[in-house]
Design a protein around this ligand. Structure first.
Ligand code: NBY
Length: 789
C-alpha cells in the first residue's frame, strides 16, 4: 500500500485520507494499473512473437460496467487490496462506487459485447474490441410525474482511469468527395479520391483483464478529431466532433440518419485500417489474412466492414476482385440479434453514395456479381429479394451474410427462425454458413462480484473451483434435499433483498418488505417484451386484493429505458409509474402488493437488482426475443423464471428442468399460425374474460389516476389494432403460471430447491463457453487452456 500513498501524493499532492472519495478512487486505480501494465504489454508482445490469430469484435456498443472491482477480482488481488484499504480506514465499496459506469450501449447487444471481451481474456483468447468512444453514453433516465425524462450521460466528467490515448496509432477517415478510377499498368484500376472530407480517428485503449490468466486484451474505442491544421473554423470542428459525440438511443428501428452512417463508417474504417497496419508489420502475403485475423460483425452496424475490407484489398493492396473477395469472406463473420423485420438496417442508396462513394461502387459490384452468380440456380425472384441493393436501399443484413463465411443467431429458436423466416432465402444459397451460438453472461460479475452472499455459500459447500469452471456448479445438486443448505440459500437471498430494499427506499422513498417475493423484470422497454402483460398481472392481483382475497406479498421491481422517440413505450412507462403510485399508496393492498420502478436501469443498477430477484420475468411474445440475457443472469443467482417459450428461455428450461420454470403462453408456432391466418381477435379475448375486460377498462375509466391519454393509446393498440403482441391472448395463462408461484412461495424449502436447480444449471450459460464455441466454429482460434463445454 506504499505505492497507493505515493500515487495519492503524485496525483494530488496530499495524503490519501485528505482526499475526496473520487480522488481516492483515482489513486487506487493508478495503483491497479501498476499491477496489470506489464501483463498488458506482455500479452501483446507474446501474441506478436507467437503470431497468435487475433479476433476483432466490431461493435457499435459496449457496456463494460464499472471496472475496478472486476479488475481486482480478475487479477486475483481483490481480497488483499480490500483488506489493505480497510486498514487505511477506507471503505472499498465507497471507492468502487466512485467509478462512473460507461453506458456506451442500449441493452443486451452492448452488454454481450463486453461479456465477450471479458470472457475472451478469461479463456486466454486473443480478442480485441473495436468501437466508438462516445462522449455521451445512453441517456440518464429520470421520472418526472411518472414520465421518462432523458438527461445527457456525461460519463467523462471525471477522468476515465482505465483508458490510454494512443495518438501514435491515429488514422484518417475519408468521407464524401468523388472517386476517379484510373487504369493501372497491370490492368487493374486505381481509385483516386477528390475533395474528401477527412477526419482523424484517435484510438483509446482499455485493458480487458482475464480472470487469473495473466492475459490482458484490449478494447479499442475511437474518437473523432480534426486532422491537425485542417479545421478552418469552429463549425468545421463541431461537425467533426459530432461523429463520436453521442450514442444513438434507439434499440429498435434504425431510421436512416446520416450521422449514424458516419459513425458506422468511422469505427469500421479505423478498425480495419489499424488491423491491416498491424498485420502487415508481420506478413507480406495478404492471402494469410484469414489465417491470422478474424473480424466479427456484431449486428449489422459494422456490416460495411465487407465493403471497407474490399476497398483496402482492391485499392490499396491492388488485389484482383476474386482474391479480395475470397479473403474478405474468409475473414468476416456476422451475428444477427433480432427477429424484428423493421430492425434490419438499410440505407437509402443516394445517401450512402453521397457519403461513401467508393464503398457504394463496391456494393454495386458485389450486387451485380451476386445476381449474376445465383440468378440461374435460384431464380430472379429470390435473388431480387436478397441482393444487397433493392428498393433503392443498401440492405446491410443481406450484405453481411453474403460477405461473411459464418452467420449465427443467439439462441436455438432464434437461429432456427433466421433459417426459416428472416434469412430464409440466403439460407437456401449458403446453408453451410449458418450456425447457432447461444448467448452467455459472465458469472464473475453477476455471481462472484454482485452476489457475494451466494458465492460464499457455494464456496462453503463445493470449494472455489466453480469460480473458474462454472460447470462445477452442478455439484450443488447434491444439496437439493439438504434443509440446512436450502435455508442458507434463502438467507443469502434475503440479505440481497435487504440491500435492494435500501436502494429502493433511497431512490424512490418507498419502504418495501424484504420478506415479500421480489418479482423482477429488467430490460429495455419494448412492446414485444410485454412489460404491459406484467402490469396487467399486477392489476389482476390488485383487483383480487381489493375484493379481500389473500395473496402472498410481492414486490414488483422494474428497470427499463424507452427510446426517446418511442411513444408507445413511453406511454407504458407512464402507466407503470401510475400503477405503482396507485398500489403503493393504497393501504387496502400495499401490505401484499408493491411496485418499485427504479429509474436509470444499466449495468450498475443491475448489479443491485439481479441478486435480489425471486422471480425473473421473461415474458416476450414467443418468436420475438432473439435470446435475452437477463434471463441467464437472474437464474444464475437463483431466481425462478416466469417465461414464455421464447429465446434462450427454452434452453434455460431444458438445463434447469421443466419444474424449475413457470412457463405459459402461445408457442412461436401458434403465434405464427395465428398471424398467417389472421385468426387472432383481441376483442374476443376482451369480451370473453371479465377480469381482463375490467383491467383494459381501467386504462381509460379513471381508475388509474393520471393516464388518460396513455391509457387511450394503449387501449387503442390492444383493441383497435388487434394487440400486435398478443398480450390479451396470453393474459390468462400468464396469471395462472404466476399463481402457481404464489403457491410454491408458501413452502420455502420447495422454493429454494427450485432456485438451487437454476443455480446448479447456470454454468452452461457462462460466456466463456460461448466464446469458446465461436472460437472453434467461427473464428478458428483456440484458447490457450481448454475448458469443457
Ligand atoms: O441482443 C438484443 C436482443 O433483443 C436480445 O434478445 C439479445 O439477447 C441481445 C444479445 O444478443 N438486442 C439488442 O440489445 N439490440 C440493441 O441494443 C440495438 C441497438 C441499436 C440498434 C438495434 C438494436 N440500432 O438499430 O441502432
Amino acid at each position: 500500500m506504499r505505492t497507493l500513498h505515493d500515487n495519492a501524493l503524485g496525483l494530488f499532492a496530499d495524503e490519501l485520507t485528505h482526499l475526496s472519495t473520487q480522488q481516492q478512487y483515482q489513486a487506487v486505480a493508478v495503483t491497479i494499473k501498476g499491477y496489470y501494465g506489464k501483463q498488458w504489454a506482455a500479452t501483446k508482445a507474446q501474441a506478436d512473437a507467437k503470431q497468435t490469430k487475433q479476433v476483432y469484435y466490431f461493435s457499435i456498443e459496449f457496456m463494460p460496467g464499472r471496472l475496478m472491482a472486476s479488475n481486482l477480482l480478475n487479477l486475483g488481488i481483490k481480497d488483499t487490496v480490500e483488506a489493505g484499504l480497510r486498514e487505511l480506514g477506507l471503505d472499498p465499496a465507497a471507492i468502487y462506487a466512485a467509478e462512473v459506469d460507461p453506458g456506451l450501449g442500449n441493452g443486451g447487444l452492448g452488454r454481450l459485447a463486453s461479456a465477450f471481451l471479458d470472457s475472451m481474456a478469461s479463456v486466454g483468447m486473443a480478442g480485441n474490441g473495436n468501437g466508438i468512444r462516445y462522449q455521451y453514453g445512453l441517456f440518464q433516465q429520470r421520472f418526472v410525474d411518472g414520465y421518462q425524462v432523458e438527461l445527457p450521460d456525461d460519463w467523462l466528467r471525471e477522468p476515465n482511469m482505465w483508458e490510454t490515448r494512443k495518438e501514435n496509432r491515429a488514422v484518417i477517415i475519408k468521407y464524401g468527395g468523388q472517386v476517379e478510377l484510373r487504369p493501372r499498368a497491370n490492368g487493374s484500376l486505381q481509385a483516386i479520391y477528390h475533395n474528401t472530407d477527412d477526419v482523424l480517428a484517435v484510438p483509446y485503449d482499455t485493458p480487458m483483464v482475464g480472470y487469473r490468466t495473466g492475459v490482458v486484451n484490449t478494447m479499442r474505442l475511437w474518437q473523432a478529431e480534426s486532422v491537425p491544421g485542417r479545421a478552418h473554423n469552429l463549425a468545421d470542428k463541431a461537425r467533426v466532433d459530432a461523429i463520436t459525440q453521442i450514442l444513438y438511443p434507439d434499440d429498435s428501428d434504425s431510421a436512416g440518419r446520416e450521422l449514424r452512417l458516419r459513425q458506422e463508417y468511422f469505427f469500421v474504417s479505423a478498425g480495419i485500417q489499424s488491423i491491416m497496419t498491424h498485420f502487415k508489420r508481420f506478413h507480406q502475403e495478404l492471402n494469410l489474412l484469414p489465417k491470422f485475423v478474424a473480424i466479427h460483425i456484431n449486428d449489422t452496424h459494422p456490416a460495411m466492414a465487407v465493403l471497407e475490407l474490399m476497398r483496402i484489398l482492391l485499392d490499396e493492396e491492388e488485389l484482383d476482385w476474386d482474391e479480395a473477395w475470397r479473403l474478405t469472406v474468409a475473414t468476416l463473420s456476422y451475428t444477427n440479434h433480432t427477429l424484428m423485420a423493421e430492425a434490419l438496417e438499410t440505407w437509402p442508396e443516394a445517401m450512402f453514395a453521397g457519403l461513401l462513394p467508393r464503398l457504394y461502387q463496391i456494393a454495386g459490384e458485389i450486387d451485380r456479381r451476386f445476381r449474376a452468380r445465383y440468378r440461374q440456380q435460384y431464380g430472379d425472384l429470390l435473388v431480387n429479394r436478397v441482393a444487397p441493393l433493392g428498393d433503392g436501399q443498401l440492405r446491410m443484413a443481406y450484405l453481411a451474410v453474403i460477405g461473411s463465411h459464418a452467420v449465427n443467431g443467439v439462441a436455438k429458436l432464434h437461429s432456427e427462425l433466421l433459417k426459416t423466416r428472416v434469412l430464409k432465402d440466403l439460407y437456401a444459397i449458403f446453408p453451410e454458413r449458418f450456425s447457432n451460438q447461444t448467448n452467455g453472461i459472465t458469472p464473475r460479475r453477476w455471481v462472484q462480484l454482485a452476489d457475494e452472499p451466494l458465492a460464499q455459500l457455494i464456496d462453503s459447500k463445493i470449494g472455489q473451483p466453480w469460480r473458474r469452471d462454472p460447470m462445477l456448479l452442478r455439484r450443488l445438486s447434491q444439496y437439493e434435499n439438504n434443509d440446512e443448505f436450502l435455508m442458507a440459500l434463502n438467507a443469502a437471498k434475503l440479505a440481497n433483498k435487504q440491500r435492494l430494499a435500501q436502494v429502493i427506499e433511497h431512490q424512490l422513498g418507498l419502504k418495501v418488505n424484504p420478506q415479500a417475493m421480489f418479482d423482477v423484470q429488467i430490460k429495455r422497454l419494448h412492446a414485444y417484451k410485454r412489460q404491459l402483460l406484467h402490469v396487467f398481472g399486477i392489476l389482476e392481483a390488485y383487483l383480487a386484493l381489493k375484493k379481500g382475497e389473500k395473496r402472498p406479498p410481492r414486490v414488483h421491481v422494474f428497470g427499463a429505458k424507452a427510446a426517446p422517440s418511442y411513444q408507445y413505450a413511453k406511454a407504458v412507462i407512464k402507466l407503470m409509474n401510475a400503477v405503482a403510485d396507485m398500489v403503493n399508496h393504497d393501504p387496502a393492498v400495499n401490505q401484499s402488493l408493491q411496485v418499485a420502478f427504479l429509474p436509470n436501469y444499466g449495468v450498475t443498477l443491475a448489479e443491485q437488482i439481479v441478486p435480489a430477484a425471486d422471480i425473473s420475468e421473461q415474458i416476450s411474445l414467443a418468436g420475438t426475443e432473439a435470446s435475452g440475457t437477463s434471463n441467464m443472469k437472474l437464474m444464475a443467482t437463483g431466481a425462478i423464471t416466469l417465461a414464455t417459450l421464447d429465446g434462450a428461455n427454452i434452453e434455460i428450461r431444458q438445463a434447469a428442468g421443466e419444474r424449475a420454470m413457470a412457463t405459459f403462453g402461445l408457442t412461436s408456432e401458434q403465434v405464427a399460425f395465428a398471424q398467417q391466418n389472421q385468426s387472432y381477435r383481441a376483442a374476443a379475448q376482451y369480451e370473453a374474460d371479465p377480469t381482463l375486460h375490467r383491467i383494459v377498462d381501467m386504462l381509460t375509466d379513471g381508475s388509474i389516476p393520471g393516464v388518460e391519454s396513455e391509457g387511450r393509446m394503449i387501449r387503442t393498440e390492444l383493441l383497435d389494432y388487434n394487440d400486435s403482441y398478443f398480450v390479451l391472448a396470453d393474459f390468462a395463462s400468464y396469471v395462472a403460471a404466476s399463481r402457481k408461484l404464489d403457491q410454491l412461495w408458501a413452502e420455502p424449502k420447495a422454493w429454494a430447491k427450485l432456485a438451487l436447480a437454476n443455480i446448479a444449471a447456470s454454468g452452461q450459460f457462462s460466456a466463456d463457453f460461448t466464446v469458446e464455441r465461436y472460437g472453434r466454429d467461427i473464428w478458428q482460434v483456440l484458447p490457450s487452456q481448454p475448458i469443457e463445454s
